[in-house]
Design a protein around this ligand. Structure first.
Ligand code: GLY
Length: 365
């Protein structure tokens, strides 16, 4: 096994070590044993991932001396709920998880957010180790310590910053990821090119259609992880810079909310939101003409939708999207905080008058 990336996030509550490398899942137990003093571990996974990766994860932990148990939650966004969170707390109690023990989140964004929040809140915080199994989790959600659940009135409304003691990212696990799941993760990959790495965006344009060769995919994951680590190291608690990672999310989250959470994959909604945000950047004369078309062309090459009508034909109006946007966390005070582009690779936060956004919505979606 060769490490492609090993880097650290120096968070306010400790160091989070992020490792990317093919075959790394075998070393999960060794990495976990270095990270915590306790020898009880509970692996949280879901009904999809559990079938493929749970046994190797448990074996590796047990070989390293852990008393390892597991709990599977139903796959899907609905599991990011208070009810499922409480099921995890019950399981932690049953397994005798103490302050020095470990929660392992083995899964995609839902499992990572849910298990991370369960760990953050159990006994006022026990260690969590993230083992991402979806592309979206590899490049975004497993890194940086955001955890949480959804509430009936919005996504991720109850949550905590809880840095994982380690992120163990083994790209070989992506071989079992269904193709649409992989594709939606590519929207978050493109996002890094749009907001902070023009050369990376150009490399993706040059690479063309999926599937990628293993070595290129490993490069892509390591490059995105490095971008995210850099951002989180400079702004762990999202005081400013980290908000750039929300490029495409203001309208993306609004679309998810209008359609009902879980109806459209998060990455797909973000892709559509990125094109709309790039169009708004052009209309407000921040970005050169053609910026949005370039992002749209790359997403199309990856077979990702780029217009609202493609993900919910006839279901969106400027009014229902606007209302959903206003209830989102990104509205601070009387302004809507929109991530816009100056160019591919250069993003900034624009505090926009909501009335202006409402006026422009019909043209940008
Ligand atoms: N997913 C955005 C962030 O971690 O800040």
């Amino acid at each position: 096994m060769k490490l492609k990336l090993k880097a650290e996030i120096n968070g306010v509550n400790g160091v989070s070590s992020v490792c990317v490398g093919r075959g790394l899942l075998q070393d999960l137990g060794t990495i976990a044993a270095e990270a915590v003093k306790g020898r009880n571990a509970v692996v949280v996974s879901d009904s999809n991932v559990g079938n493929y990766h749970l046994e190797p994860a448990l074996q590796s932990l047990r070989a390293a001396g852990f008393q390892a148990e597991s709990i599977c939650v139903p796959a899907g966004e609905d599991s990011k709920s208070l009810q499922v969170l409480s099921t995890l707390w019950n399981a932690f109690h049953g397994f005798g998880i103490t302050r020095t023990d470990l929660v392992v989140a083995l899964g995609g964004g839902v499992v990572g957010d849910l298990a991370g929040f369960a760990a953050a809140t159990w006994l006022r915080g026990v260690a969590v180790l993230q083992v991402p199994t979806s592309l979206l989790a590899f490049v975004d959600s497993s890194i940086g310590g955001k955890t949480g659940i959804d509430l009936p009135f919005g996504k991720n409304l109850a949550g905590a910053f809880h840095q994982p003691v380690a992120v163990v990212a083994d790209p070989t696990v992506l071989q079992t990821l269904p193709e649409p799941e992989f594709r939606q993760g590519m929207a978050e990959v493109v996002k890094y090119g749009c907001i902070m790495d023009k050369a990376f965006f150009e490399a993706l344009e040059k690479a063309g259609a999926l599937p990628y060769e293993d070595a290129f995919l490993e490069d892509v994951i390591a490059r995105c992880a490095a971008c995210k680590i850099d951002v989180v190291n400079r702004d762990e608690r999202e005081g400013g810079l980290r908000m750039l990672l929300n490029f495409g999310h203001t309208l993306g989250h609004a679309a998810e909310k209008v359609l009902g959470y879980g109806f459209v994959p998060h990455g797909v909604a973000v892709g559509v939101g990125m094109v709309a945000a790039a169009r708004l950047s052009e209309q407000l004369s921040h970005a050169p003409a053609g910026t949005a078309a370039r992002i749209e062309a790359l997403l199309q090459t990856l077979h990702l939708p780029t217009r609202m009508a493609e993900i919910g034909d006839g279901l969106f109006t400027a009014d229902n999207l606007f209302e959903a946007m206003l209830s989102d966390k990104k509205k601070l005070g009387s302004k809507l905080h929109f991530v816009l582009l100056r160019d591919i690779g250069e993003a900034f936060i624009a505090p926009l008058d909501p009335a202006l956004v409402r006026e422009r919505l019909p043209e940008i979606i």
